[in-house]
Unconditional design. Structure first.
Lengths: 196, 196, 196, 196
């Protein structure tokens, strides 16, 4: 089976997730800059963070299916698992905001990030299972050190939130985002080699 | 007429249905794990169940249009009937949650599941009506025992909810989901045979 | 310019409109069938009516762009005008529901229907303006009697709501929907002739 | 990398933004025309304005990717930056409405417009950076006077809102919209030249 419709459906879900988070932002009651800050302050920052994460997943998803385009039933379900994890971002983001970074919500957000990261890992493995795709993926991505480091950093963030101040846990979460925002040249180099 | 746009439109509707259900999850007021459980507990489980159902319909819809890609006016309306039934899932799911599995809402949820199952059945028949597609569909799907069994199980769930405890009705509903999550090899085998 | 992206964007907007209307349905507070009826009764019926209308527009839009696939700036704006009119359906539907069919909301709903009908007419004319497309459209659709009759019936509904009981105005609105639900063979016949 | 999926994802996000704004419109409590005006009056006008803006961005985005269809990591992020700015329109529009055009919300809306305009400018530059695309873009768009004038007018609107009456700031905002609604013949002429 080709991957066109899987990509279209995933685009739809990701587009909605990234957009409905803005509906969680409360419109300020007053009309001054300070009211804007009071009503959204933290919310605007965590909205930005979650927007960047969804953007990263969209980019990585896009790259993955540029290299391989064969899917089977197992890939469809791994993809739905990823979309399910990502669909919880607006919920865990909103809880973390409303609690003003209390411990449990920060840990819950981290678990959500970890679940999405692990789902993406599962999706890559399900894709690599299909004949002929393992080599392509290995050649394009090399080792999956970056993926593994992300999972480690999420875990570190959860532990820091549990055993130090909750906000400290956000530091590794933000680090992961920064690490992926830097454009990933691996895929572009691979596609250039293929074109030659 | 080709089916591209019908597929794109259906993808859009399914993507929205699967995503807006998360908007129904209430953000907990407290900041402890117990608050998360109190606020969402059951909601998270039924969200998962409905997510899986929509995922199954998306998979089946995808498989169906991989085999046949001719549509006519009758197919367009059968497809809209299916989308209408599915669009009610967030509503019936929310009612069942808020009632904490009271009898009537569990029955209403079952009727919604039954209506969607029957609509899919109608859609398959409308597709099979078009010249040349009946044979393809029969060769790919064999007999539609699985579809018929699903309708029977939904009906059983409704009857159990009516005449025993409401939560007992959920057992057959969950069974149907499990039955379809197991990847359906019929379509893959058919496509492999075609490729040879 | 080709029409692919215009179709994809319109599909997205129509998919959202058709789906968010269900968010307007209030979850009943009680757990009996009578509570379901009290909470949604009329809402469920008007949701169905508006769902059918959006389905009709999607079908007609689909047919139109099956025959012609050249667009220019004027077509883009006529299409946005149509999407704007349709995007108000959830709003006017909700107002009509909450008022339990009071006069002004029924008239407002009719004006909304009329605006969408007129926008579609404008869109057809903008498409027919492009070289080579007028003949194709004329051959496929013949005369646009059905479109003109719809506009007349909407106007009749508005007048009936104004000068008799409001609910009487709904009769011509429903008639238009029924008139279009009956599959429109014109396009299929045209495409069959082309294929020969 | 080709731009198909970037376009599909952007279409999805823009379709949602343009549609969820209507959810912000409050359903009137009374059933007279005056209630409609009281509940939405200003809201309907600013909804229309923001709808037109999103429509303009969709048109321009569409034109841009008709001319060039090569993207890289930098373009993906510039596009996400644009989508982020646009995703805040429903929020800033709602604040401006609820404040009945108070000074700070009108300025905040202007900053949002300016941010989106600047992001589009960045996107054009990221596209022009790719080999072979600079010449195509220059030939199609000529000088980017219109883009620069828009940014100037947004800034003027912000300054007018700050130093005169807030509503005066809306005048340049509306001017920009009018300037772009007039169909942009540059791209059509370019595509016609290419076809010859």
């Amino acid at each position: 089976m080709g991957s066109n419709r899987l990509e279209a459906f995933s685009d739809g879900v990701l587009a909605i997730i990234i957009t409905i988070m803005v509906l969680e932002l409360e419109v300020p009651e007053g009309h001054e800059w300070s009211d804007l800050w009071d009503a959204t302050g933290l919310g605007l920052l965590t909205y930005l963070l979650s927007f960047v994460y969804i953007g990263i997943y969209w980019n990585n998803h896009h790259h993955l299916f540029q290299i391989c385009d064969e899917v089977d039933g197992g890939v469809l379900w791994a993809n739905l698992l990823l979309l399910f994890s990502l669909s919880l971002y607006p919920f865990t983001t909103a809880w973390m905001d409303e609690s003003e970074l209390a411990q449990v919500p920060v840990v819950a957000y981290g678990i959500n990030l970890l679940a999405a990261g692990a789902s993406f890992y599962v999706l890559e493995h399900m894709m690599a299972r299909l004949p002929g795709q393992r080599d392509k993926l290995r050649e394009a991505f090399g080792r999956t050190t970056k993926e593994q480091l992300s999972l480690l950093l999420y875990t570190l963030g959860i532990l820091l939130a549990l055993f130090t101040e909750p906000w400290v846990g956000l530091v590794p979460y933000v680090l992961v985002a920064l690490m992926w925002v830097v454009p990933d040249r691996r895929v572009e180099r691979y596609l250039a080699r293929q074109a030659e």
